[in-house]
Design a protein around this ligand. Structure first.
Ligand code: NAP
Length: 265
């Protein structure tokens, strides 16, 4: 039986790719979309999509959820609304797969609690690119031997949150094996504020924002006489679709919230 999906953010760059992926996948059915405009239109009536996509668009999530029996809700929007959408979906016992980044720790724990109460799967994945997940796993392996590490994440200049969810997640995984340690010279001074990047237990994270970039990260380890760089590049948003597909399938068998695709691969 097909998995019925509601997608929020169909006009976005991720959302556009997700519409293509979901509608090309035999076992998925896109039953409705959620947007903050174009209420009452169909996706096919929007300029960028094929005319035959007879998928209704809603601006009110409650109405959408009452009119369509959905199994999974995919959110690819912005942090403020993504959080509210995820909460509403769980209240209706629809399983969220969330790619929207920038949720706070409080929001994540609240959603975790709600998913448990509702006995519904929920996946929040700051990065759906399988190569990026491997980069994080390899970084954790390396950190055991190289405690001096800096993360440089580079994204397009329309990204709203910094550092990226992937950079934070990588730092958290590294923290599991790295003892807290202040890096650099003990007396170092920033003559321009922010020059040394964000500080996470002494580890530094730098965020670069430029047009032309998509999603890239380097994790650079330094040791006596050597450096080790683990890097990953997403060239376009198609790189995230295999991960979304995997999550939509796996969330059907979960009864709790899982944060990070690395916990599912
Ligand atoms: P984007 O192109 O800016 O798309 C965001 C879309 O959300 C836009 O179409 C926007 O509409 C729409 N939107 C805003 N408010 C909304 C609302 N209330 N209801 C429904 N839709 C609403 O951004 P993107 O590059 O596609 O990224 C989307 C999200 O995914 C971001 O949070 C980004 O950080 C994240 N992301 C995650 C991954 C991953 O692997 N997990 C990868 C890339 C990006 P307007 O344009 O009209 O405002």
């Amino acid at each position: 039986m097909a998995i019925n999906i509601i997608l929020a953010g169909p006009r976005g760059r991720m959302g556009y790719e997700a519409v293509q992926m979901i509608t090309n996948e035999e076992s998925f059915r896109l039953v409705a979309c959620l947007d903050h405009k174009h209420d009452g239109l169909t996706v096919g009536e929007l300029e960028q999509f094929r005319d035959d996509l007879q998928v209704p668009i809603y601006t009110d999530f409650d109405t959408c959820l009452k009119q369509h029996q959905a199994d999974v809700f995919v959110d690819l929007t912005i942090p403020e609304v993504g959080y509210k959408h995820t909460k509403t979906a769980l209240q209706y016992k629809v399983r969220p797969v969330v790619g929207t980044t920038g949720f706070t720790d409080e929001q994540l724990s609240e959603l975790k609690e709600l998913a448990k109460e509702q006995k519904r799967g929920c996946i929040i994945a700051p990065n759906f690119a399988i190569g990026a997940i491997l980069m994080m796993k390899f970084s954790k392996m390396a950190a055991k031997y190289f405690p001096d590490v800096e993360i440089i994440e580079k994204h397009h200049d329309q990204k709203l949150d910094a550092p990226s969810g992937t950079a934070k997640k990588t730092a958290e995984l590294i923290q599991d094996v790295r003892e807290s340690k202040k890096q650099g010279h003990p007396n170092e001074e920033e003559t321009l504020p922010g020059a040394r990047g964000a500080d996470m237990n002494g580890m530094r994270i730098h965020s670069m924002r430029l047009p032309g970039l998509v999603a890239h990260q380097e994790v650079i380890f330094g040791g006596a006489g050597q450096t080790l760089t683990i890097s990953h590049d997403s060239m376009n948003r198609a790189s995230f679709m295999d991960g979304i597909k995997e999550c939509v399938n796996q969330v059907m068998d979960l009864e709790e919230l899982v944060y990070g695709l690395e916990n599912l691969l």
